[in-house]
Every structure is written in structure tokens, then in C-alpha cells.
Design a protein around this ligand. Sequence first.
Ligand SMILES: [Zn+2]
Ligand SMILES: [Zn+2]
Length: 371
Amino acid sequence: MKAIAVFPQQKQIRLIDHPAPALASPTDVKLRIIEVGVCGTDKEICAFEYGTPPPGEDHLVIGHESLGEVVEIGPGVKRVKRGDLVVPMVRRPCPHKECLACQEGRQDFCYTNDFTERGIKERHGFMTEFVVDDERYMNVVPAELRDVGVLVEPLTIAEKAITQIWQVQQRLPWACPLEPGKPAGYCHRAVVLGAGPVGLLGAMALTVSGFETYVYSREERPNPKADLVESFGAKYISSTTTPVEQLAGQIGNIDVVYEAVGASSLAFAVIEQLGMNAIFVFTGVPGRKAPIEVDTDRLMRNLVLKNQVLFGSVNASREAFEAAINDLGIFMKRWPKAVRGLITGRFAMDAYSDLLLGKAGGIKNVITISH
Ligand SMILES: [Zn+2]
Ligand SMILES: [Zn+2]
């Protein structure tokens, strides 16, 4: 079968012929892959910044944002059936008994760093025709989400973050007064940094949770991303016309910042704009650049005197996948055009080099493997 693989030692990316996987245990499930999303992580792997082949192999099949259809199940499979659409999870637990997180099925919080990730770290990914994995990593997607199901994995980043925001803020009397018909966050304001797919999906999730949501990004209005943001009820602010120092002045008390750009200088400038009892979630992974200056006295004073919390969040649990599938259904009922508008290009497998070596623009590009 065909697969897109990186060969880190030879610094090559190739469309290869790869052996098709077969069921190996009673709880294994075989998927025919329909679509695979391309993200910054894939591009970094293709720039050979990271990405590790399975032990003993010279190549890694990439791809971790996927949608597949179940074509075969082992005799012990209970959670999925043939014909189901599924999105597989990405991270697999480490083997260590002392890792409390992996032992509990929460490898998104692995303590040892010896986890593996499909398409990223020591396990082949999903940019291929067929995939086999245990049913415990499969998440069923309703058939009506077929054309947008590939967005589930990038949405899990926001879902895990939002779950933790509520958990962290249980330390405070932060719950909005109960108002029938209003979602939980209606009395709070959230700022999303970045208008890429992770930021836009996060903005949709925060909007559904009731937050008055702002997307802060470079490009001046009008632009297609600003139009998209406004089409689902969030507000767009350009950093070109509103410098960071004016952000809180323009918005009011910022209760949540959801960072989705991976630019640390911007992130730390925005931290200074955080409001009382606020929370800042980092999800981006910056490349290493020269150190920058940060006013640490001011930062620390604010953290203490304003009861602020900063935290980072990576990867996602089964619960986050389920929340993402549920929210994607809500997004599609409310804003089908905006959700479909996030997928700006569909390409065949042999267009991989344009997509992975960074020439293709748009918001989210996907590779269509089968129909
Ligand atoms: Zn990704
Ligand atoms: Zn672990």
C-alpha cells in the first residue's frame, strides 16, 4: 500500500510502498484511511527537526490527524463495528509500571517521556491506506461529520485545555450565575492567540462554552480569517492595529488566554494583559530562538496579586476526543459554513511535497487517501 514517509538519516520525504498491516490481536481494528490533516508538526518532521522512526527502521510514516472507516475487526472488539467512522488517538502509553499516568490510560500526562506517538515518535502514522490499532484508541464519529471529521484531532487540544480551565478555576468562585439556556462561561472573556486551525477551533470551542471570545492575530481586517471568526460569533482583533499593550484596555478583564501560535515573545507580552483570577494556557511549541527579555518582577507580582495561573497542555485523552466529536457536531449545527471553511484544500497523496514543504497556504490542508 502507499504511504508518505520521512527518512531522517537520508533527509528525504518519499511516497513509498509499505506493507499493509494485519490484525494482530483479538481487539485490533483495521481502518481504511479516508483523510489525513497536515499541521505544523508534520512540517517540522519534514524539516527533520524531530520525528523518530520505529526501533530498527529507517523511516517513519507520518500523519496523526486522521479520519478512517472500520473495515475489519478482531473477535474481541466491542466498541466499534465495520462501517463506523473513527478518529484514532495519537499517543500510546509508555511501558513503565511506575508511570501513574500511563497506567491509568492518561498517556497525555506521561511522566517518563517514553510514550510513543503515531506519525511522530517511534510508531508509523496515518498518511497511508490502511492502519491497524487496538479498539481502545478508536473514537467513533457520527456519519454526518464525515466531511469535517479530520478536524477532531486538532480540536482535542482545545478540549483538553478547556477541561483543565474549569478544573483549575474550581479554586475560585468563578462559576457564572445560573441562567437557564446560557452556557457555563457566559460571564467570562477569552482571548485566543493565533488564527491557525488550532486557534480557530479553540475559538469555536470557547464560544460554544459561552465565553465572549476574541481572536488576536497579525493580519489587518478585513481578511478571510477575520470574516470566518465573526461568522461564528467571536471577535477578531489585529495586532497590527491594536498593539498588545492596548488589549486589556480594549477588551476588559481578560479571564482566559488560549495560546495557539507558539511564539513565546507574543505570549509573554500578552501575559501582562491578563486580568484578575485569570488563566493562561500554552499549547504552542516554539522553535528555539535567541533569548528575549521578560520583566520577571512584574510577571511575578501579577501572578501573586492577581491570583493568576499559567499552564501548558499537550496531547489529549479519550475524554478530550469524545468532547471534540461532540463539539464538532454542535459547530456543524450552528456554523456549517465556517467549519467547512477551515478545510481550505484537499490534495491527493502525490501532492505531498507541496503540502509538507510549506508552499501551500490556507487554513487546514488535508490529504485525501480514499473516499
Ligand atoms: Zn497536528
Ligand atoms: Zn508514561
